[in-house]
Design a protein around this ligand. Structure first.
Ligand code: CA
Ligand code: CA
Length: 288
């Protein structure tokens, strides 16, 4: 009986021992599984942390890159701005210098223009003076020529007039042109004494400065005085027939329009109208 009991107890002990062993084995497996789960969780957590860190690192790198690029851009922009500002200052300075130069040149141009105008005016004045001097010189030469001719000819003075008695014979118009070219004109007789004086100096028929070339019958002296203006006339008077001036056309069909003095007659009746194309001596006159 005891042996059976003892065997039974051994068996029970063995069973109990096996049961314990089985229980212990199950417990280790659970622990191992739990450990693996925990490890996986930690790995996952670490990966998540690593991934997040990596994202933040990349983000930070991007931000730093952006800031760096922005800083570089700003620095470049500042540098460019400084360069442009310096260039602008230089351009402004150059512009100012050019403006000053232009102002100076404009002032110089105004001065030159004013000087040119003054020189031009001076030249104009001098040109006028030269012309006036030339004209005076020409008049002086004419007077010298006249006085030279006066000394060399039978020219004479009477009551404030000089008379040139020609030795050559010309037509009336050529005679007048000769007198005018020497600063004189054909004689104008304005008094009985002058008529008497001139006729006393004549030795041939002689032109005087009287004509009716412009209007037939209207006798006018070369100084535009009429016979009414001077108040004296010394036409030849015939006892019978028409007296002078008669505008005779048998000698010249165009008539007679120029006056002569016939020296051998009464000086109070010695004027004749004749053809202007005849040639006679003449008298030039100049007031002194
Ligand atoms: Ca006439
Ligand atoms: Ca006549």
């Amino acid at each position: 009986m005891d042996s059976v009991y003892e065997n039974s107890r051994i068996v029970l002990s063995t069973v109990a021992s096996n049961e314990n062993s089985r229980n212990e084995g199950n417990h280790s497996y659970e622990q191992e599984s739990e450990r693996e789960v925990n490890t996986a969780k930690w790995n996952k957590l670490l990966l998540t942390v690593f991934a997040v860190s990596l994202v933040f690192a990349l983000g930070g790198l991007c931000v730093v890159s952006i800031l760096y690029v922005r800083a570089l851009t700003q620095q470049s922009a500042q540098t460019n701005t400084k360069i442009m500002k310096r260039q602008l200052e230089e351009l402004t300075a150059n512009c100012s210098r050019v403006k000053d130069d232009l102002y100076i040149k404009d002032s110089m141009m105004k001065d030159l223009t004013a000087n040119y105008s003054r020189v031009k005016d001076d030249l104009h004045i001098k040109d006028s003076m030269v012309k006036e001097l030339t004209a005076n010189n020409s008049r002086i030469k004419e007077q010298q020529s006249f006085y030279k001719a006066f000394r060399a000819s039978n020219m004479t003075a009477f009551q404030g007039k000089l008379y040139f008695f020609s030795s050559d014979k010309l037509t009336w118009s050529s005679s007048r042109a000769f007198c005018v070219s020497r600063g004189t004109d054909l004689v104008t007789i304005t008094s009985r004494s002058e008529q008497a004086f001139l006729q006393s100096k004549m030795n041939e028929w002689t032109w005087i400065g009287l004509s009716d070339l412009e209007t037939e019958g209207r006798w006018v002296w070369v100084n535009n005085q009429t016979l009414n203006d001077t108040g004296v006339e010394f036409w030849y008077k015939r006892q019978s027939g028409k007296s002078e001036p008669d505008n005779w056309t048998k000698d010249d069909p165009s008539g007679e329009h120029c006056a002569i003095v016939k020296y051998a007659l009464n000086y109070l009746k010695s004027w004749f109208d004749v053809s202007c194309e005849h040639t006679y001596k003449f008298i030039c006159e100049k007031k002194i």
